[in-house]
Design a binder for this molecule. Structure first.
Ligand SMILES: Nc1ncnc2c1ncn2[C@@H]1O[C@H](COP(=O)(O)OP(=O)(O)OP(=O)(O)O)[C@@H](O)[C@H]1O
Length: 334
């Protein structure tokens, strides 16, 4: 089997002429986490629905664990685990009963299913809460149970649709560790959809950036960031400056390129960010548009997204999904 997941040229239109997928292609190998990264509405959930046989594409092909999703959906369903955005657990039942019921749905018998439930409760740190109703669980515990439910029947391929949305930092970190173990120790192929750039950066061996229904960039997080030459320089104003003098000032500076002005914030790239900051600030001062602060950062996935999608991730997402930038050198803040 070449790949655990192989999708090529997927297209999908919804009523109202919404083109959710526009020729999307991805592959995921065994033991690999592919991060499908994109803002709200990019087409991530539609991709997962097609690969998990919930909906059919208008065109394109897809196979999961070697089974064609259109011709053998029954086989696909037996080898996949799906953890969707909305919890599938019964809040009125205990964690253990939820796991046992799920196992029975997959045809697992008495002792076997109880053993598997106990194993998963231990693995996900839910032993003490095993007999409690799920509605009394914290958000992090519920999410861990959701992942355990997706694993009861020992799938080969796991789909995790935004697994950490709404979790606090501690619960996110423990979920990340568990997901990494699933790909590492258990050699599961994992398709992880997320709109958190830092999550993709941290977890995924490869990232596919999806914008408007297609993959616009693909590679390892470090590889994608490494393709962006030089440093990212971010400039901040108290109030949005007029665009023309800002652009004219920066156009004249050698080594400064790819200027994107977005309200009070400007992003640009420079071969040597630390050296460029004083020149950038001086040029803006001279042009009558003095900035409040400037910082230098190593390129982030947000910068990668900006390069390929032509807009900032958070701007497309309508939320601060990018997380804080990681400053490598503090520039001339003032
Ligand atoms: N059943 C549907 N009917 C009509 N339009 C739909 C339907 N489902 C999704 N869409 C639209 O298709 C596009 C892609 O949606 P999709 O849910 O795949 O995006 P997403 O990347 O998963 O976003 P999110 O992060 O919000 O889940 C969006 O414009 C969405 O509004």
């Amino acid at each position: 089997m070449a790949h655990a997941i192989e999708a090529a040229g997927l297209t999908k239109k919804y009523p109202g002429d919404v083109r959710a997928l526009d020729g999307l292609s991805i592959t995921v190998g065994q033991g690999e986490i592919l991060g499908l990264l994109g803002p709200n509405g990019a087409g991530k959930s539609t991709t997962v629905k097609i690969l998990t046989t919930l909906i059919r594409p208008d065109a394109g092909t897809a196979a999961v664990a070697g089974h064609d999703v259109l011709r053998r959906p029954d086989r696909v369903r037996r080898v996949i685990g799906v953890v969707s955005q909305k919890s599938g657990a019964d809040p009125e039942a205990s964690g253990r009963d939820n796991l046992v019921l799920q196992g029975r749905l997959y045809g697992m018998g008495g002792a076997q299913v109880r053993r598997r439930a106990a194993e998963l409760l231990a693995r996900f740190g839910l032993e003490d809460a095993a007999a409690r109703k799920v509605k009394t669980y914290s958000g992090g515990m519920q999410r861990r149970l959701d992942v355990a439910l997706g694993l009861v029947h020992r799938p080969e391929v796991l789909f995790l649709d935004e697994p950490t949305t709404g979790l606090d930092p501690e619960a996110r970190a423990s979920m990340w560790a568990e997901i990494a173990r699933l790909a590492g120790d258990d050699a599961l192929a994992i398709l992880l959809t997320t709109h958190y750039l830092d999550e993709a950066d941290r977890l995924a061996r490869r990232v596919a950036i999806v914008d408007r229904g297609r993959v616009v960039a693909e590679g390892t997080p470090d590889g994608l960031k490494g393709e962006l030459r030089g440093d990212a320089v971010h400039v901040q104003w108290q109030e949005a400056p007029p665009e023309a003098p800002v652009r004219e000032a920066l156009d004249r500076l050698p080594g400064v390129r790819e200027v994107v002005l977005d309200g009070t914030r400007l992003s640009t790239r420079a071969d040597d960010g630390a050296a460029a900051v004083p020149a950038v600030l001086a040029a803006l001062d001279q042009a009558g548009v003095p900035a409040a602060a400037a910082t230098v950062a190593r390129p982030s996935l947000d910068d990668v997204y900006l390069r390929y999608a032509g807009r900032r991730f958070a701007q497309a997402d309508g939320a601060d999904a990018a997380g804080p930038a990681e400053p490598a050198t503090a520039g001339g803040a003032r």
